[in-house]
Ligand binder design. Structure first.
Ligand code: 13P
Ligand code: SF4
Length: 307
């Protein structure tokens, strides 16, 4: 797109946001131009909380479906727009409510911890939610010696390194992080021996084994800012590089694999944002009985003390 056209489009979006009393939230993996004009960028849960706290009537959630749903769960009185309704999360779609109900029936006494990357229907069946940033604390907070984790086997594997509890899990995964291999990680480390390798816990366990630091997307911004290192290999979706580079102009950030692009996160364009706001289309809603149960699971997570 020609630079003049892009500027025109950004102005159009900003004007529509004002007209609709809307805020635009963008996940850390969104396209650069989306992150650039958003009111707020962040991780999935931080953005959903921001949606709930906001005074706006309309939330334009530039991310994937489960994130917009989380905003609708936490802020049911607001209108939540997902500019591309086809922007899903393959990992969240790897388990549905029927499948989880069948698992629960096999082991009714084991508490279920759900990563926020789940549908509202699945959240509604769980004891407590977690994010990649608080999964260990949440697991520790649950009564008993066992938990069942859905849907991410890699996050479950990661948590199991830090707890005495017995962890069992649903065999889901994020295709984007799964395709970042140990070979990619080792090649990148060999090419940049002075760099620090930071990975998301959605990465495969053998990749986590060779990482220097493992954390959520929000954790990566904090770590990069506070570290004295000058070069970082970033083991998560490439969209995160936009703000890492902007916030740390004196530091270098490298993506170790061409696989680290989430096609769903890249679907949303500024045209989609403009069109959905103009037409007030692509609204995400959650049925009230599901919303209440899913919110209870998210609220229990929010009540777990942070550091
Ligand atoms: P965050 O919870 O850090 O936003 O990550 C969500 C996600 O989809 C990671 O792949
Ligand atoms: Fe889902 Fe993976 Fe994309 Fe995150 S990066 S939205 S977990 S598919």
């Amino acid at each position: 797109m020609k630079p003049e056209k892009l500027e025109e489009l950004k102005k159009e979006v900003r004007a529509l946001l004002k007209e609709r009393n809307a805020i635009m939230l963008a996940h850390n993996y969104q396209r650069d131009e989306i992150q650039e004009i958003a009111d707020l960028t962040g991780d999935s849960l931080g953005l959903s909380q921001a949606a709930a706290d906001s005074e706006a009537d309309v939330i334009v959630f530039c991310g994937v479906h489960f994130m917009a749903e989380s905003a609708a769960i936490l802020a049911p009185e607001k209108t939540v727009i997902l500019p591309r309704l086809d922007a899903g999360c393959p990992m969240a779609d790897m388990i549905n409510a029927e499948q989880l109900a069948a698992e629960k029936a096999k082991n009714p006494d084991i508490p279920v911890v759900a990563y926020v990357n789940t549908t509202a229907e699945v959240k509604a069946l769980t004891d407590i939610c977690c994010t990649s940033g608080n999964a260990i604390k949440v697991t520790e907070s649950v009564a008993g010696n066992e938990v069942y984790m859905v849907p991410d086997r890699n996050l479950a594997h990661y948590i199991a390194r830090f707890t005495e509890k017995k962890i069992s899990w649903w065999d889901g995964f994020c295709p984007t992080h799964e395709n970042f291999t140990l070979e990619d990680a080792l090649r990148s480390k060999a090419e940049h021996p002075e760099a620090v390798l930071i990975c998301h816990p959605e990465c495969r366990p053998d990749v986590v084994d060779v990482a220097d630091h493992v954390c959520s997307t929000s954790g990566m911004y904090k770590y990069a800012k506070e570290s004295t290192a000058k070069k970082f290999i970033i083991g998560t979706e490439i969209g995160i590089l936009y703000k890492l580079r902007k916030e740390n102009p004196d530091k270098e950030f490298i993506s170790p694999s061409k696989a680290l692009i989430c096609p769903n996160m890249k679907l949303t364009t500024l045209e989609d944002v403009r069109d959905s706001l103009r037409d007030m289309s692509n609204i995400v809603t959650v049925a009230p009985e599901i919303q209440q149960k899913a919110k209870a699971s998210l609220d229990r997570m929010m009540a777990v003390p942070r550091d």
